[in-house]
Design a protein around this ligand. Structure first.
Ligand SMILES: *Cc1c(COP(=O)(O)O)cnc(C)c1O
Length: 495
């Protein structure tokens, strides 16, 4: 049966999966959602020995119903290959009673690789299916990790170009270096003078700019999005929650049908939304624990039912979670208001004009699967140090936020359900903060000395992604004001 996608704001006809992937954002500013969340069709036990690629096929085929088996398998095989440093793709590590689902074994050592290694293939396949002649121009705002993962995914993919905007002073030195050394004639990287929300709002405006779209069309270009609002990002992220559950079954850590909790360090709400979809597909998940850093808009939302971004934006040691507008939350809001696009649209308008909205009690009741928590900078550092001292396992700062929130959750609720914590970055990506948490004596070392030190401390090899940037030349020097993004795009495309 064909699964169609509709906009959360109701202003667009239903589209096929391939069309939703090409468009990214719906024309009315809404996000595409499947008409319904499909259910897994097999007894999970039968899949417990499946490879990651096999699980990916079983899950994704339920969403991408207009892809042929051959097309989808080709996308999966091109994405989840030797770019990952383990054939398991998403292995799990047990430490201090929780399972860390390591989503950082791809090309850029952060979880965005899980989706961005397959998105370019989903997109070029979608273009072929829809007889698109234009080059696809990927426009991305990044808080750090998306940018590099998207660049790595799209670099030199024929028929595509990619432009990445990042907050000039809002990403780690390693993240910035990863991006500005990106090879590929079809890549363009620009630092903007503003924060992540400025970059994201700028990109949203550009997507809504009809005049610019017409101008590009004449030159044979069309925009698409690699941001986590693209359904082609969301769907591949569901896979690893299914795979994680199957791993626990295979290793006999859980009984058949036993429920688990999932903790996710959250920013734009894409990763945890994928876990929510997995739950609704039939994976036995009890609570979805949404972990925030000091930018705790989501925590406050789950506590009070009021989403309010009117507050100070705080730069933390987990920059990929420094976000005040969690775009993907709109998909959840739409669902909990009973798939009523007009209610959702009103709330999103309110967010746009006043910076806040409040949901009704009935809607709040629908959020009962979620628990919110947040960790301060001090809690996060203490968690890295304590877990390291107890077990030798080293967390990155984002994962440490989730782990600290989980400790808090257990203390408050006494809920001892077995738990998977999404581990979203390699500690090497945020080495300075990680080492400083373990012992401030490392603070005086240079970035590269720290990498060598971290390898010793954590007793793991330096990832290839880090080795490479030590010697790579900087090739992108562009910086612009937050109101000059369109000019930068035109400059690069020569229009
Ligand atoms: C993007 C990112 C997050 C946040 O994920 P969302 O899907 O945006 O909620 C958390 N940790 C790391 C390391 C990331 O790169």
């Amino acid at each position: 049966m064909e699964l169609l996608y509709k906009s959360t704001r109701g202003g667009e006809d239903k589209v096929k999966a391939s069309e939703a992937i090409l468009k990214g954002l719906a024309c009315d500013g809404g996000l595409f959602v499947p008409e319904e969340i499909p259910r897994l069709q097999a007894d999970l036990k039968q899949w417990k020995d499946y490879t990651y690629q096999q699980v990916a096929y079983e899950v994704m085929k339920l969403y991408l119903t207009d892809f042929t088996e051959e097309e989808l398998k080709e996308c999966i095989n091109r994405a989840y290959d030797e770019k990952f440093d383990t054939p398991e793709i998403a292995p799990m590590a047990e430490a201090d009673g929780a399972w860390y689902l390591e989503l950082f074994h791809g090309a850029t050592i952060a979880f965005k690789d899980m989706a961005l290694s397959i998105l370019p293939h989903l997109m070029t396949t979608s273009a072929k299916k829809n007889k698109i002649q234009n080059d696809i121009v990927i426009l991305t705002a990044t808080s750090g990790d998306t940018g590099k993962a998207a660049l790595a995914g799209f670099a030199d993919v024929p028929g595509t170009k990619i432009i990445v905007f990042y907050p000039k002073n809002g990403v780690s030195p390693i993240q910035e270096r990863q991006m500005v050394t990106q090879k590929g004639d079809n890549t363009y990287v620009v630092g903007i003078e503003g924060n992540f929300d400025d970059a994201q709002n700028g990109v949203k405006k550009i997507f809504a700019d009809r005049q610019l779209a017409v101008c590009l069309e004449e030159k044979g270009y069309q925009f698409s999005s690699a941001n986590s609002i693209n359904i082609g990002r969301l769907v591949p992220q569901i896979v690893y929650y299914v795979y994680a559950y199957l791993t626990l079954l295979r290793e006999e850590r859980i009984e058949e049908a036993e429920k688990i909790n999932v903790v996710v360090p959250t920013g734009n709400f894409g990763n945890i939304l994928a876990a929510f979809y997995a739950k609704n597909m039939g994976i036995p998940i009890h609570k979805l624990i949404c972990a925030s850093n000091e930018n705790k808009v989501l925590y406050d939302f789950f506590e009070t039912g009021c989403y309010d971004k009117n507050r100070e934006f705080i730069l933390t040691s987990s920059p990929s979670m420094d976000i005040l507008i969690s775009s993907n939350l709109e998909r959840l809001i739409y669902r909990v208001c009973g798939n009523d696009a007009s209610v959702n649209r009103e709330l999103m308008n309110s967010l746009q004009t006043t910076g806040k909205y409040a949901v009704t009690d009935a809607m709040r009741a629908e959020l009962k699967d979620f628990a919110g928590g947040y960790a301060s900078e001090a809690d996060t550092a203490a968690k890295i140090r304590n877990l390291y001292e107890k077990t030798g396992y080293v967390l990155d700062t984002h994962t440490a936020v989730a782990s600290a929130v989980y400790d808090d959750y257990v203390k408050k609720t006494g809920d001892n359900t077995k738990t998977v914590i999404a581990s979203t970055a390699s500690p090497f990506k945020f080495g300075r903060s990680v080492l400083s948490a373990i012992d401030p004596k490392y603070d005086s070392l240079s970035d590269y000395e720290q990498i060598d030190e971290l390898a010793k401390v954590a007793n793991v090899e330096i990832p290839k992604a880090i080795e490479e940037i030590r010697s790579a030349p900087v090739v992108h020097y562009h910086i612009c004001g937050k109101d000059q993004m369109v000019e930068e795009i035109k400059k690069f495309l020569g229009v």
